[in-house]
Write a protein that binds this ligand. Sequence first.
Ligand SMILES: *Cc1c(COP(=O)(O)O)cnc(C)c1O
Length: 447
Amino acid sequence: MRNENTQQIVKNLLSRVQCLEDDTSLRHIIHRVVASGPHDEPIHVLDVDTVVYRYTEWIRQMPRVKLYYAIKSNDADAIVETIALLGGGFDCASQAELERVLNLGVPPASIIYAQPSKSVPSLQLSRARGIRTVFDNEFELEKIAQHHPDAELLLRYRYDSTNSKVNLGTKFGCDVGEEARQLLDRARELSLNVVGWCFNVGSMSYDAEVFYGAIRAGRAITDYAASIGFQFRVLDIGGGFVGNKDDNIARYAYHINRALNEFFPDESLEVFAEPGRYLCAAGVTNVARVQGKRYFRSGPKIESVGYYLNDGIYGTFYSTKYRGLESKVLVWKSPSECGPERSSKLFGPTCDGNDWFMANVQLPELDIGDTLVFESEGAYSSVHSCRFNGFPLPKVLAYLRSSTGELLKQVSNLHADSSLINALLLNSEHLKLIGNKLEVLSFEREQ
Ligand SMILES: *Cc1c(COP(=O)(O)O)cnc(C)c1O
C-alpha cells in the first residue's frame, strides 16, 4: 500500500475510535457503556487492541502464513482499517467487498476473490484490477476463460473438518482425486493460468489437525499439476480457526507448520490463510438490555422466565441460533442484587415467534432495565443483522489503548513494508502485556 493511503487510513481509524489509557480494562469500558445508557441499540464494544494482538500472535506462531482477513465475518470499518494498516490481505467473496478493500488502497496482489461461483461483472472488475480468484467446477472455468482469461487461479478442493460448526464442503470444493485432475486438465485445454490451490475446512473447526491432512492432500494435487505443466506456487489454507479468548492459535500452528515443513519446505512459496472469526470474534463484547419480562406458569407454579431483550436473531444472535455458536451470558449485576435462579429464555425484540436464541439457561431472576453482556461476539453477528420490524442495528463503539494508537501511527509510516511492520509488532512490549490481560470478563462493581 502507498504511504498516502496508510496515512489516510490511520487518520480515519483514529477518528472513529475512543483512545484510552493503556491500563483501562474491558470491565471498565463496559461499566462506562452501561452508565452512558440506556441505549436503544445493542452495543458492540469493539476492542481494537484485541484485533492487533491476535494478528500479532498469528505472525509470531506462523511466520510463513500471511493473513487474508475474511471480511464477511465482520466488516466494521475499524476492523477493516486496522487489518489493512497492519499489512494484512483480504478474502473477498462479492463485488462490493472487492470494491471496499480496493478503495482503501489495498493492493490487488493482497486480495483473493475466494468465491468459487462469480458474477460476470465481478469477474470483469477482477480482470481490470488483476485480482486472483478460485474455481471448483468446469462451468466456472469456462466463464473465467471468457471474462478473466489471464487470471491467476487457485483450484478449490474439498477437505472437511470432522469437528466444525459450519460445513462448507457440501457447497464448495471439488474432490481431491479424479475430479481435481480433470479440472486441471480442462484448465490446460482452456489455456488458463492455475497457480495453486485452496481449501476451507469449515467454520469454527475445533479440530486443528485437519489442516495437516488438508495440506498433505494439496501435495498430490501440486504434483499432478506439475506433470501437466502448471508450476504451483500459491497455497491458500482457508479459514475455520476458533476465535474465543480461551482458545489459541498455537495448536493450529503446530499442525500447519509441521505440514508445510514436511510437504512444502520451499520457503519461496506464497502461503496464506483466510481467517475471519480468529481475528474478529474476541474483539467484540455485546451489551444488551432487558426491556421486558414474563413468567411461564404451569398452574400456579412459575416454570421459567422469558426476557425480551433489545437484541435477538435479527441483531447479534443469528449464529447463536442457527450456526452452533455457544454464546455465554454474563449478568451485569452482583448476585446479591438478583432474585433466585430460574430457568430462562432470551427473546429478541421483534414480533417473530422464532426470535429467541437461548433457552433453558439458569439465570438469577433479572429486572427490566438490567444489562446482559456476551463476550466474543465479533464474528458473524452484526454482519447478519437487519432492520426487520424497525429495530435498530447493533451500534459499534470502538476503543483503542493509547500505546496501540502510537504503534499504528508508526506502522502507517513504514511504507507498508510487511517485514518492518511485522518486526515492530513482534517486538512490542505493549502487545505482549495485552496478552496477559485478555482475561475472561466477570462482573465486579467499580470502586
Ligand atoms: C467464510 C470463509 C472464511 C472465513 O471463515 P472463518 O471460519 O471465519 O475463519 C474463509 N474462507 C472462505 C472461502 C470462506 O467462505
